[in-house]
Write a protein that binds this ligand. Structure first.
Ligand SMILES: Nc1ncnc2c1ncn2[C@@H]1O[C@H](COP(=O)(O)OP(=O)(O)OP(=O)(O)O)[C@@H](O)[C@H]1O
Ligand SMILES: [Mg+2]
Length: 422
C-alpha cells in the first residue's frame, strides 16, 4: 500500500507551506501574541477555497510554536455534549508552565445553518471566554450562517488565496526530489497550471502520474489536457444535439472555443445515436452535409467568411432537425473513429507502419496511401470475410499480430487464421 503524497509530504513547518505569505505572517503574529496576554480577538477565522493549505498551516504552526493542537471538525460538535467538550478545553487553565494550546474548529461549512441552531451560538459563547486561541476554518466565510463571526473587533478574519502556479510548481518539484523522481520542468509546470490553485489536487495528480516512473515526462501528463477538453466537447455536443434554440446551439461553440473540425467529427460520429425518428435523423444529416460542403469550399478557396455557415449548419441546423426525436434512455457519447486512428498508441502506430510497408511492397504505393486508402478496405474485408482475408493475409505476408490488428480483434483473427490453415 502506497502512502498518499499529500500526507507524506505535507508541510511540517510554516515555512514549508507555499503561498499566502502575508496571511500566514498575520496569523502567526496573532498566535504568538497569546504568549503575553489574551488579545481582544479571541478567534481567527481562516477562509478560502479547498486544498490550499488552511488546515495544514494551523497544524504546522502548532508544531512550530510547540503548542498542543485540539482539532475538531463540524461533525464533532453537532451535539451539545461535544460542544461542552470543546468548551472544557477552551476554559480549563493549564497554568503558567503548561503547554500552549490551539483549538481548531475545522470545516465549519459542515455546521448546519438552521438545524444545528445550537452550534454557532454555542461556539460564539466559547470564544467569548476562551483562554486559548480558537481557529475557525471554512471555505465560504460569506455564508449567512457565519454573520455572527463578521465582527472584526472580536475576530481576526484572514482570507487565504490560491497559491500561484509558480509556488505550486516549486512544491511539486520539491516532492519529486524527495521521491527521487526526475521530472521535466514543463511536466510539473503543466500539472501546477492544471491544478488551478488547488495544491492538494496538484500533488494527487503528480502521484497518480509519477509514482513508479523512472522519469516524469511532459507526454506523461499532457494527455490530461485532452481529458479536460473531452468534458468541454461533451457539453458542446449535448447543446448541439439537444438544445431547443438555434442561438443556444451556436453560442456554445463560440463560448467553448473548440476546434471546429474536431467538433464536426464528434457530431458526425454521435448524431445517429441521438435521433430515433428517421426523417429527423435525415434532416440532421442533411444539415451536417451542408456544413461539410462549406468546409470543402473553404479548403478550396480559403474564404474563411464561410466558416459562419459551417458553424450554423453543424450546430443550429442539427439542433433544429429535432422535433420529437428522443433516444430511449441514456446514450453515451462515442469517440470519433476518424480521430481515434490519429490518437492511437505508439506501439499501434508502429504496427500500422509495418503493415503499411508490406502493403507498399505488394501494391507499389506509398506507405501514406497504403494506410489511408488501402488499409480501411482491408479492415472491412478482414472484419467480414475470413476466407478472403486469409488469402490477402498470405499475399501481403502479414504475421499473426498484424492480422489481429487489421481484423480488429483476436476472435475475428482466429477465424482468418483457421482459414489459412485449411
Ligand atoms: N500551501 C500549501 N503548501 C504545501 N502543501 C499544501 C498547501 N496546500 C495544500 N497542501 C497539501 O495538500 C494537503 C491538503 O491541504 P489542506 O488540508 O491544508 O487544504 P485546505 O485548504 O484545508 O482544504 P479544505 O478547504 O478542503 O479543507 C496538505 O496536506 C498538503 O499536502
Ligand atoms: Mg481543511
Amino acid at each position: 500500500m502506497h502512502d498518499a503524497w499529500i500526507v507524506k509530504h505535507r508541510p511540517r513547518s510554516a515555512k514549508e507551506v507555499v503561498g499566502n505569505r502575508r496571511a500566514i505572517e498575520i496569523f502567526e503574529r496573532w498566535l504568538r501574541s497569546w504568549e503575553h496576554a489574551i488579545p481582544t480577538q479571541r478567534a481567527a477565522f481562516l477562509h478560502g477555497p479547498p486544498g490550499i493549505g488552511k488546515t495544514v498551516i494551523v497544524e504546522a504552526l502548532a508544531q512550530d510554536l510547540g503548542a498542543e493542537l485540539i482539532e475538531r471538525n463540524a461533525s464533532d460538535y453537532r451535539t451539545e455534549e461535544k460542544i461542552r467538550q470543546v468548551a472544557g478545553f477552551a476554559s480549563q487553565y493549564m497554568g503558567f508552565f503548561g503547554k500552549n494550546r490551539i483549538i481548531l474548529l475545522d470545516e465549519m461549512d459542515g455546521v448546519y445553518g438552521t438545524v444545528d441552531r445550537g452550534a454557532i451560538p454555542a461556539i460564539t459563547e466559547i470564544i467569548k471566554n476562551t483562554r486559548y486561541p480558537i481557529v475557525l476554518i471554512a471555505n465560504d466565510f460569506w455564508n449567512k450562517k457565519f454573520v455572527s463571526f463578521r465582527d472584526k473587533k472580536k475576530f481576526l478574519i484572514i482570507e487565504f488565496k490560491k497559491p500561484s502556479v509558480n509556488d505550486i510548481f516549486k512544491h511539486l518539484k520539491k516532492i519529486c526530489v524527495k521521491e527521487s523522481l526526475p521530472a521535466d520542468d514543463d511536466a510539473l509546470r503543466f500539472l501546477a497550471q492544471r491544478s488551478q490553485g488547488d495544491v492538494r489536487s496538484g500533488v494527487n495528480d503528480l502521484q497518480a502520474l509519477g509514482q513508479g516512473k523512472k522519469r516524469l515526462l511532459f507526454s506523461d501528463v499532457s494527455w490530461l489536457a485532452y481529458r479536460d477538453r473531452k468534458d468541454v466537447i461533451f457539453s458542446v455536443l449535448r447543446q448541439v444535439l439537444y438544445s431547443k434554440s438555434c442561438k443556444a446551439a451556436k453560442q456554445m461553440v463560440d463560448l467553448a472555443d473548440v476546434d471546429i473540425d474536431m467538433l464536426f467529427e464528434w457530431i458526425y460520429e454521435n448524431l445517429p445515436y441521438h435521433f430515433n425518428i428517421p426523417s429527423e435523423l435525415a434532416a440532421a444529416m442533411e444539415a451536417l452535409a451542408t456544413a461539410d460542403l462549406y468546409r470543402g469550399r473553404i479548403r478550396q478557396t480559403q474564404n474563411w467568411k464561410l466558416m459562419r455557415y459551417v458553424i450554423d449548419f453543424m450546430t443550429a441546423g442539427v439542433a433544429m432537425a429535432r422535433r420529437k426525436s428522443k433516444p430511449s434512455g441514456w446514450v453515451p457519447f462515442r469517440f470519433p473513429q476518424r480521430i481515434r486512428t490519429l490518437s492511437t498508441s505508439r506501439a499501434e502506430r508502429k504496427k500500422k507502419s509495418e503493415i503499411g510497408k508490406k502493403i507498399k511492397q505488394r501494391m507499389h504505393v506509398s506507405v501514406g496511401v497504403a494506410n489511408k486508402d488501402v488499409l480501411p478496405f482491408l479492415k472491412i474485408i478482414f472484419e467480414s470475410d475470413p476466407s478472403m482475408a486469409a488469402g490477402l493475409a498470405g499475399w501481403f505476408n502479414f504475421n499473426e499480430e498484424e492480422i489481429i490488428y487489421v481484423a480488429g480483434g483476436k476472435r475475428q483473427a482466429n477465424a482468418i487464421l483457421s482459414s489459412v490453415a485449411n
